[in-house]
Design a protein around this ligand. Structure first.
Ligand code: NAI
Length: 706
């Protein structure tokens, strides 16, 4: 093995530095090769009687060590091999902990997973205010937990109360917070790092560094009488967040609980390694790593596309200050972009501005923005009902009612009021962007820019170019979406784009089952148990039955009988049962909480029971079948793009790896057989598409390709 990821320097003043600098990668990781090199260096320095202090640093800007090598974890298929690997990692880090002189981890950038565990094995840690300095244990997001001693060292260092949220949520903290929690011994400006490090190591050598004591409350809470309560609360929070579908945080909690007061450190490490190795080979971990890579692919491609942007958006306008317009205006301001909200009436404008203020107030309460930041950001938002020119604006997003004629009129009008430097975008849910912009002279600057509700939270933006949209406009849209903290996904301009095209059949299928007489709660519960964030009826109520019905009709018009809306939808629209916004939809929200709406239940023709398997298959396979059509029609570039769209835009459960990954895992022969069964039993809308039949015949997968 060639030595190329970590090196040793020994200085005249009898200090030494281990420097991580992977020659072949942008980031440092703790893979087998690096651990091997590190171990050799550690054995050398251990023997060196001249060294009196060792620092561990990185030569890369903004990176300490980004974590273990995820590819290696992904390739683990045998628990005993996983055990061997994780024990090796533990042993190497133990060598750091056992060095006969003090060690200092110099954290000036990303310090995650195995990297953070390495830092924990040092005697001291110093962190900088570099914007990229983040210390955290994101392992649970990959279906595992810290296995290189993290579950042992972190709780002992910062106490249970601070350690558990870090291990169980995977959320990293910055250098300042790490200092407050006692995770690092010094917090310094990154621009003066070498001076500060010198000062700090001098203090270490003269034994002047003080250890932070845990706050009294934390000490009491982790004492014998109260500890059970901390674990009880932590478990409750994990179960609320994960609905018990993600085993990693629960296992991590169990490991910490079992080992927090274990007699020897070695015993604790053994429990950690055992449990880690089981999770590392689990299907859920493999799926979550699959999602991690799919997400990286999407982000990297987005950054590539953003390079073609010809405008860096600093000013924007939103036309239509309704539900979406209000959220989007807030997003613009948060990204530091001035935004003008325009509506026909003052009412929605005022509501939208107040809504933005409410969001900032909540963030201020949580100390996520300061009062002056909030004022500055709110000053970026202005409102109008005048039809003024918008010549200085870089990007205009139309978010008026979902009506082709209204939108066409808005676009024609916008063309007159802007220069051809401005990008004109639509937030339409399902209408053809090409048709919306068809009356314009120059459509090279037009594009679909589709947020999901609530836009403040949902991470996906679908970017929908027309055949004539310029590359620079696509680039500007990608760059803007990234600036707004969103993940952009390019889709073809077809009805419903990607996510609504697949999500509507899911809700519609559930509504068909209602029409046949099935209880809505049974269906919702089954789909939530599968992992969907909301059952189809709860989702329909949240979207709004009228909004959903409108989209359903558009899809029916475009795709024909297979998307025919269930009859209950029009009946509900006629009776004003429009979902949570009117207090009544499939469920009744007027009595506080949520109960099945008696008004809707009365519309159920008869009571019928369908077996669970059929309910789940009907909801899922109707999507899988159309997802295959989306691939056939090149709606998105690949199965990974489709899966990420469904995870980020529809909340499809990441632990399943995505809709197509789920189908691949089931096997396409199984999927085809089930679709044929549903066709025979229920309707020809389930007829499997040619791609599925061909993949099944060839015993291939969506990801493997035809
Ligand atoms: P909304 O009905 O809450 O708001 C629309 C606003 O546009 C209203 O305030 C209305 O007064 C205003 N408006 C109508 N014509 C206008 C004009 N000519 N000039 C200026 N303002 C005008 O609608 P919502 O829900 O915000 O939807 C807006 C768009 O976003 C639609 O195309 C919808 O399909 C899409 N969308 C909606 C989502 C949702 O869940 N509500 C999700 C994603 C996209």
């Amino acid at each position: 093995m060639s030595k190329n990821t970590v090196r040793l320097r020994i200085f005249k003043n009898k200090t030494a530095a281990i420097i991580f600098d992977n020659e072949h990668k942008k980031v440092n990781t703790l893979g087998t090769q690096t651990l091997h090199e590190l171990e050799t260096i550690l054995d050398d320095v251990h023997k060196n009687k001249n060294i009196k202090l060792l620092t561990i640093q990185s030569a890369k800007d903004g990176i300490f060590i980004a974590g273990a090598d995820i590819k290696e974890i992904q390739n683990l298929s045998d628990a005993s091999e996983a055990l061997e690997k994780v024990q090796k990692g533990q042993a190497v880090l133990n060598k750091i902990a056992k060095l006969p002189f003090p060690t200092v981890a110099v954290i000036n950038g990303m310090c995650l997973g195995g990297g953070a565990e390495l830092a924990l094995s040092c005697t001291y840690r110093i962190a900088t205010d570099h914007p990229k300095t983040k210390i955290g244990f994101p392992e649970v997001q990959l279906g595992i937990f810290p296995g290189f001693g993290g579950t042992q060292r972190l709780p002992k260092l910062v106490g249970l109360v601070s350690a558990l949220p870090m291990i169980l949520t995977g959320k990293p903290i910055d250098g300042k917070k790490a200092f407050k929690k006692g995770l690092v011994h010094a917090y310094v400006a990154h621009s003066f790092l070498s001076d500060s490090l010198k000062k700090f190591t001098d203090q270490v050598l003269s034994k002047k560094v003080k250890k932070k004591r845990l706050p009294l409350r934390h000490r009491i809470l982790q004492s014998m009488g109260f500890r059970w309560f901390v674990f009880y609360q932590a478990k409750k929070t994990v179960l609320q967040r994960t609905k018990g579908q993600y085993p990693a945080p629960l296992k991590a909690l169990e490991v910490v609980r079992k080992t927090f007061k274990v007699k020897t450190f070695k015993k604790g490490l053994a429990v950690e390694a055992q449990e880690f190795s089981k999770l590392a080979v689990s299907k859920i971990s493999k799926n979550m790593i699959h999602v991690f890579y799919a997400n990286e692919l999407l982000k990297n491609q987005a950054r590539e596309k953003a390079r073609f942007a010809d405008v860096s958006v600093t000013s924007a306008a939103v036309i239509g200050a309704g539900v979406m317009g209000g959220d989007i205006a807030w997003l613009f301001s948060k990204a530091g972009i001035s935004v003008r909200l325009k509506d026909l009436k003052w009412g929605p404008v005022v509501t939208a501005v107040n809504h933005a203020k409410d969001i900032y107030q909540k963030l201020k309460k949580k100390r996520k923005v300061t009062a002056s930041e909030m004022d500055r950001k709110m000053n970026l938002i202005s409102g109008t009902i005048e039809n003024q020119p918008l010549k200085q604006v870089d990007f205009i997003l139309e978010a008026v009612v979902e009506d082709m004629q209204v939108k066409q009129k808005v676009f024609k009008d916008l063309e007159k009021k802007t220069t051809n430097q401005t990008v004109l975008a639509t937030n339409t849910s399902a209408l053809s962007v090409t048709s919306i912009t068809s009356g314009m002279k120059n459509i090279s600057r037009t594009i679909g820019f589709h947020f999901f509700n609530p836009a403040t939270k949902m991470p996906l933006v679908e970017i929908i170019p027309t055949p004539k949209t310029s590359k620079a406009t696509i680039g500007t849209a990608f760059s803007l979406a990234l600036k707004m903290g969103k993940t952009p996904l390019q889709t073809k301009d077809n009805p419903g784009f990607l996510v609504n095209r697949l999500l509507m059949p899911y809700m519609n299928e559930a509504a068909h089952m209602f029409d046949e007489g099935v209880d809505i709660e049974i269906i919702d519960k089954l789909m939530e148990k599968f992992g969907m964030p909301m059952g189809p009826f709860k989702l329909a109520d949240a979207v709004g039955i009228d909004v959903g019905y409108k989209v359903a009709k558009e899809l029916y018009q475009a795709f024909g009988d297979r998307m025919k809306p269930a009859s209950i939808l029009s009946k509900m629209v006629d009776q004003g049962l429009l979902g949570s916004k009117t207090g009544k939809g499939f469920y009744d929200y007027t009595k506080g909480g949520r109960s099945v709406s008696s008004a809707v239940d009365r519309l159920r023709p008869k009571h019928k029971i369908i077996i669970d398997k059929d309910i789940i298959n009907r909801c899922l396979l109707i999507m899988v079948n159309d997802a295959a059509r989306c691939l056939e029609e090149n709606v998105v570039d690949s199965p990974a793009h489709l899966d990420m769209g469904m995870i980020l835009g529809a909340g499809f459960p990441p632990f399943r790896g995505g809709l197509l990954k789920y189908a691949d895992d089931k096997g396409l022969q199984d999927i085809m057989q089930n679709l044929l069964f549903l066709t025979k039993q229920y309707d020809k809308r389930f007829d499997p598409v040619p791609m599925i039949c061909e993949l099944a015949r060839k015993n291939k997968t969506f990801y493997g390709g035809v």
